[in-house]
Design a protein around this ligand. Structure first.
Ligand code: FE2
Length: 496
């Protein structure tokens, strides 16, 4: 069975030559249902693989209002559901308020991240100007997917298998209001709790909340900041939440004059705030480290009195010589090219008793989008998986696995003109150890003009995929992805 369920009408002009709307970033407009009776399968789909891999993408439908940034596009989810050696593929747009309004109008109504002052209507996000595109992050909590935009959008829920749009989550929406939910929510798989944040510009703060395994928001608090910040990640451990106050933020003088320029303030330390999960309103314990910027972390956990945080750090997050680029697309690429920002995996420690911190580089490889197995999120762990990057591009060209106990690495490159997205670890049914499972990723092949879902043995990624499934269309390069275990498709396990 392969069926086109819907096709959105694209209004992007034929001559639009934005590099983020063409090539590897070319958007998709058809929504499919397909299964392995109609898709080409190479190798095998393991019988002990049960669950769904979901990738979000910024998949723009309309000719943009002004300059386009690759984080502006409409959210589209691509999902592969595995069960009993078979698989089903679906893709759907996220029906946000902004998406439906633009669909009705037949054109873009909100500007993107680069030109918020072009807005004619109140929007969403930290600045309140963008469409709530919900194209950044994706996770499954309390039996439903949650898709959001990195700056904060309404909390959009979808069914994890059918991808049916279920609207904004009323429990979350009633608490966060217009500040929305940013990306980088984290789930403690042992308790089923989800921790989330947003970071409105006015007043400048980070709001942090906890939803329990049933999806009820049990606590929510505000942490005031010195000025509007632009954080991204959020960490959890068994007993703590870790928030980031990093020195990449809007220049205060320019902001006062109504202009926005994200500047790396290389004389201001990075700050990390530790908050007890059991007492969210307690004083925040702050730690300072060398100025840096962090998008993503492999994991956080506790070791005695210390919090351990394994994150991808850049000490030049705007990219060298970025101000010399006259073209805004070149400036965006300088910021996104991990080989220019030299983003590498580091280990930071925060000692809760002494107040001291430390920072060491784990490995010299240029990497980002690090992940660990869902089961060890927030707890001591051994294995991290991250994406390798094409120099000069914002394209992921392979996977690397870090053994953090021995320092050993193994890797798999997708091949020439083949690019992936965030990879995730899927534990086997009856998994016997932390890495006893598979790595799942969607890869696009520009030369063949097709995409595949790759399944790799997590204990032998250098051997290449054990199986692959060709998708109905080449899909664009994506943002975040997630793995939802079969046991979590209808709710967090302790609530089953
Ligand atoms: Fe992110």
């Amino acid at each position: 069975m392969l069926k086109v369920m819907n096709e959105e009408r694209c209004t992007i002009l034929e001559g639009n030559d934005s590099p983020f709307l063409n090539g590897a970033f070319k958007p998709n407009f058809k929504e499919y249902n397909a299964d392995t009776s109609s898709l080409t399968v190479k190798g095998e789909i393991p019988e002990d693989l049960w669950g769904v891999y979901v990738r979000n993408t910024h998949n723009q439908v309309h000719e943009p209002l002004g300059k386009y940034h690759p984080f502006d596009g409409d959210g589209m989810l691509h999902a592969m559901y595995f069960n009993n050696g078979q698989a089903e593929y679906r893709n759907r747009f996220v029906h946000t308020t902004g998406f439906l309004a633009e669909k009705g109008a037949g054109n873009a109504l909100w500007p993107g991240i680069l030109e918020p002052d072009r807005r004619a209507f109140r929007g969403w996000g930290a600045i309140g100007a963008m469409k709530d595109n919900a194209g950044t992050d994706i996770i499954c909590h309390a039996g439903k997917l949650l898709a959001t935009m990195s700056q904060g959008s309404e909390p959009w829920r979808l069914d994890p298998v059918t991808l049916e749009n279920l609207g904004p989550d009323p429990k979350l929406a009633s608490v966060v209001g217009h500040d929305g939910i940013a990306g980088e929510f984290k789930i403690d798989s042992k308790t089923g709790d989800m921790v989330f944040l947003n970071y409105p510009e006015n007043p400048p703060c980070i709001n942090v909340g906890i939803a329990n395994a049933a999806g009820d928001v049990v606590d929510y608090r505000r942490v005031d900041l010195p000025s509007p910040r632009w954080p991204h990640d959020l960490g959890i451990t068994e007993n703590f939440i870790i928030i980031h106050d990093l020195p990449l933020f809007f220049d205060a003088e320019l902001l006062a004059a109504g202009k926005r320029e994200l500047r790396f303030h290389d004389h201001i330390p990075s700050r990390f705030g530790i908050i007890p999960r059991a007492n969210l309103h307690a004083d925040v314990q702050w730690f300072e480290t060398e100025p840096s910027f962090i998008l993503h972390s492999a994991n956080y956990y506790e070791h005695g009195d210390e919090i351990i945080m394994d994150s991808c750090l850049s000490f030049d997050p705007k990219g060298p010589g970025v101000s010399e680029h006259k073209d805004h697309n070149a400036r965006i690429m300088a910021h996104l090219d991990k080989h220019q920002t030299k983003t590498r995996l580091h280990r930071l420690t925060f000692n809760l008793s002494t107040g001291k911190s430390s920072q060491t580089r784990i490995n010299d490889e240029i990497v980002e989008f690090p992940v660990c197995a869902n089961a060890v999120k927030g707890y001591p762990y051994r294995y991290a998986y991250a994406s390798l990057f094409e120099p000069g591009q914002w394209l992921m060209n392979g996977i690397i696995k870090f053994d953090l106990n021995t320092g050993a690495t193994t890797r798999y490159h997708y091949g020439p003109q083949r690019y992936g997205g965030e990879v995730h670890f899927a534990a086997k049914r009856n998994s016997q150890s932390e890495d006893d499972g598979y790595l799942i990723v969607f890869v696009q092949d520009l030369a063949a003009d097709q995409s595949e879902c790759l399944i790799l043995d997590a204990q032998a990624i250098d051997q290449g995929p054990v199986g692959s499934i060709t998708l109905p269309e080449r899909i664009q390069t994506g943002t975040h992805a997630c793995w939802v275990e079969g046991e979590r498709l209808h709710g967090e396990p302790q609530h089953l």
